[in-house]
Design a protein around this ligand. Structure first.
Ligand code: HEC
Length: 160
């Protein structure tokens, strides 16, 4: 709409500019908020540690599976390993050392085994060592959750 100035006779746009600015400022604020969120996201993702499953795949997956059906690689199937007597899975040929070890897999024995397998059971043949306690415990938690085990009753040392 046009307004005619009574004194000069010139025309000027009606003061609609203000309301047009209001209409546009909303999306602009929203856009800059989204932009800030998008920029912040990759940094947050990099901070979160890898999951136990990812760590298992990377550290153990070349030699072990966790499977309810018989399956083995270079190492034995770790399904239900927590609470199991060491070196006793049918169909896997263990070292004499692990077969004869009087050992039940619990949080504590797994932690020592993953720290330095051949030091914990001299004569065993698993070539693996993990110095980081956080990585070991994340992997042990994953063994418990994915492996059908995890009964804490098995944490008490047994002598069978
Ligand atoms: C390079 C291959 C290799 C890698 C990597 C490896 N293992 Fe093993 N693992 C073996 C072998 C071989 C044995 C059998 C050792 C023996 O007989 O002395 C074994 C045995 C075991 C046992 C004993 C199982 C039983 O039935 O008594 C557990 C538990 C185990 N590994 C867990 C792990 C975990 C968890 C990881 C990853 C953090 C891992 N291993 C990485 C090869 C490997």
């Amino acid at each position: 709409m046009q307004l005619r100035c009574m004194r000069t006779g010139t025309t000027a746009a009606a003061p609609t500019g203000r309301s047009r600015w209001r209409r546009w400022s909303g999306p602009a604020v929203l856009f800059s908020t989204l932009l800030a969120a998008a920029v912040a996201k990759p940094a947050a993702a990099a901070d979160s540690p890898p999951s136990g499953e990812a760590l298992f795949k990377r550290n153990c997956g070349t030699c072990h599976v966790i499977s309810q059906t018989p399956a083995k690689r270079q190492g034995p199937n770790l399904y239900g390993v927590v609470g199991r007597h060491a070196g006793r899975l049918d169909g896997f040929t263990y070292s004499e050392a692990l077969k004869n070890a009087e050992l039940v897999w619990t949080d504590a024995t797994l932690d020592a085994w993953l720290t330095d397998a051949s030091k914990f059971v001299p004569g065993s043949v698993m070539p693996y060592r993990q110095a980081d306690p956080a990585v070991r415990s994340a992997i042990i938690d994953y063994l418990k959750s994915a492996g059908g085990g995890g009964s804490t009753a098995a944490d008490a040392p047994k002598s069978d």
